[in-house]
Design a protein around this ligand. Structure first.
Ligand SMILES: Nc1ncnc2c1ncn2[C@@H]1O[C@H](COP(=O)(O)OP(=O)(O)OP(=O)(O)O)[C@@H](O)[C@H]1O
Length: 254
């Protein structure tokens, strides 16, 4: 297993926010995390990224405790696209993406043509070519999100943690970014609100009130009964007339 959470718990001011989460992600897998607002998705992602310390339990990366890994080594393994990612306003898009190379640079291994190539590739993959000289402060919300994704890709991680990576994106960029992540040779954990997008993941974990209440293939986990129970909506499953893909349709309970 490339990434494991063992009995992961996190509390804020004595209130349990995440409790007893056990999770194993295998190499190359794309795991979707779904759950209502406040169910603990971002908290779990932050613990998996090592930017929050668990109250108890542990995260392991390739069998090693993340808490004991040097930050630089962890940053070579894991890239995290946060939900509300910020950056210094006064930098260009190119500068922001170049920051992704930081874990790989040393005095003995300074910036090289290979780093230029990786940054150019990341900008192209995030469809941000041509924006390199633009100031960060002039970008739209979706463009900023794509720059953050480019920075994460430039990190060349083995594990990509994406917290609602599509929430600011138009539908074309949503599809292209999820398609890109599926094609990349990385292990990905993606917090998503769109359950139809979660259907395309290899496995899905469902969080409810800080607990992982289901984990398995989308078909096993995203049943009409569970979606109804966890999200409090009426659900029907329809079949796409083009290719037979199953899709959710939602209605309010009342
Ligand atoms: N530092 C904190 N102090 C107190 N409560 C917190 C703190 N951080 C998170 N919480 C609470 O923990 C719960 C889980 O938050 P989290 O951001 O993980 O949820 P989420 O599933 O990502 O939600 P959303 O879908 O709205 O993004 C929420 O009720 C939130 O208010």
């Amino acid at each position: 297993m490339i990434l494991e959470a063992r009995n992961l718990c996190w509390s804020a001011r004595g209130r349990p926010i995440l409790a007893g989460v056990d999770l194993s992600v295998s190499e190359g897998e794309t795991l979707g995390l779904v759950g209502p607002n406040g169910s603990g998705k971002s908290t779990l992602m932050q613990l998996l990224a090592g930017i929050r310390e668990p109250s108890s339990g542990e995260v392991r990366v390739k069998g090693r405790r993340l808490a004991e890994m040097p930050r630089r080594q962890a940053a070579q393994m894991i890239a995290f696209l946060e939900q509300q990612a910020e950056t210094t306003e006064a930098i260009t898009v190119r500068d922001a993406v170049e920051l992704g190379r930081t874990p790989w640079l040393t005095p003995l291994q300074p910036w090289s043509a290979e780093d230029d190539r990786i940054v150019a590739r990341a900008l192209a993959d995030a469809d941000m070519e041509g924006f390199e000289r633009r100031s960060w402060s002039t970008l739209s919300g979706g463009e900023r999100q794509r720059v953050h994704l480019a920075r994460a890709l430039a990190q060349c991680p083995q594990i990509l943690l994406l917290d609602e990576p599509t929430n600011h994106l138009d539908i074309q960029h949503q599809l292209s970014i999820l398609g890109l992540v599926a094609r990349l040779p990385v292990t990905a954990v993606i917090a998503l609100h769109d359950l139809n997008q979660a259907l395309a993941c290899d496995r899905v974990g469902v969080l409810s009130s800080g607990r992982l209440v289901a984990l398995g293939t989308p078909e096993e986990v995203l049943t009409i009964e569970r979606v109804h129970a966890v999200f409090g909506v009426r659900v029907s499953i329809v079949s796409d007339p083009c290719d037979g893909t199953r899709l959710f349709r939602f209605r309010p309970l009342a």
